[in-house]
Design a protein around this ligand. Structure first.
Ligand code: OAD
Length: 243
């Protein structure tokens, strides 16, 4: 790849990665759009129909318990593991993810900004407290907070704003990135999709890894077409030669 010849990289380089559902696809977690999407499964469609505002309902938790059960049987793949390894090499490394499956932290990533929350946590709609819910199935659904209120999943739902501090941190690191990798996202959901564009505008080299072309493809510095779990380890091997 031409860009790899020109790219200057050192341990001091600021490296930012944005991941989407495609990074977990080879772990067996279905994506949201296109071939292999969760919505191809009739069970997902049926459960999602019963989920809805105010999001601390039994119907919502039935849907999330199904998804949590599915993810609990999945393991991080080579892409997750490579990202955890990359973090050790750079003084400034930030992983921004739209995924709520927790597989990045299970793979060992530490500096992770979870833009859309985490399915292994619940949130109290009354006082906002976030509670770890690491075990599935839950003893009771909906799970009840110590204040007596039913918890909702700590996951951003369509139309809801992102946590402002998490978004601010994501914008800040994107603005300052030297190298920005966009992996396995269709790039159709804002504000996540804006982050690689912000990085580009500020002069970063942006490399996309995706099975298919995306709305971001025409803008990025370079695209690698294929599976994340195969192509990210290969890219990292090349990048490491520069360090
Ligand atoms: P999408 O399902 O929209 O896109 C997944 C992307 O991954 C697509 O571009 C696929 O081509 C690509 N892909 C699939 N398998 C791949 C593989 N093995 N290797 C590399 N790429 C692969 O998922 P997101 O972009 O993450 O929001 O969707 C963004 C948000 O929309 C999600 O976070 C979710 C959803 O609504 C919330 O849950 C709040």
């Amino acid at each position: 790849m031409e860009i790899l010849r020109e790219l200057r990289l050192s341990r001091k380089s600021r490296v930012v990665v944005l991941t989407g559902a495609g990074v977990s696809a080879e772990s067996g977690v279905p994506i949201f759009r296109g071939k292999g999407s969760m919505w191809e499964n009739p069970k997902a469609r049926e459960l999602a129909r019963r989920a809805g505002p105010p999001w601390n309902t039994r119907g919502t938790w039935e849907f999330y318990e199904w998804r949590r059960g599915l993810v609990s049987r999945c393991e991080p793949n080579a892409a997750h593991i490579t990202l955890a390894e990359m973090e050790d090499f750079f003084d400034n490394f930030c992983l921004i993810t739209q995924n709520v499956d927790g597989l990045h932290t299970r793979a060992g990533s530490r500096n992770v900004l979870e833009l859309h929350g985490n399915m292994w946590k619940g949130r109290c709609p009354k006082d906002g407290e976030i509670v770890d819910l690491p075990k599935t199935p839950l003893e009771k659904i909906p799970p009840i907070h110590s204040c007596g209120e039913a918890l909702r999943p700590h996951v951003v739902q369509f139309g809801e704003p992102l946590d402002p501090a998490t978004l601010r941190a994501a914008v800040d690191v994107s603005r300052n990135a030297d190298l920005f990798l966009v992996i396995g996202t269709s790039g159709v959901v804002s504000p996540a999709r804006d982050l690689p564009l912000i990085a580009l505008k500020e002069g970063a080299v942006v490399i996309e890894i995706n099975r298919d072309p995306t709305v971001l493809t025409p803008y990025v510095t370079a695209s690698i077409r294929g599976k994340a779990a195969e192509n990210l380890p290969k890219l990292w091997k090349e990048l490491k030669k520069k360090l």
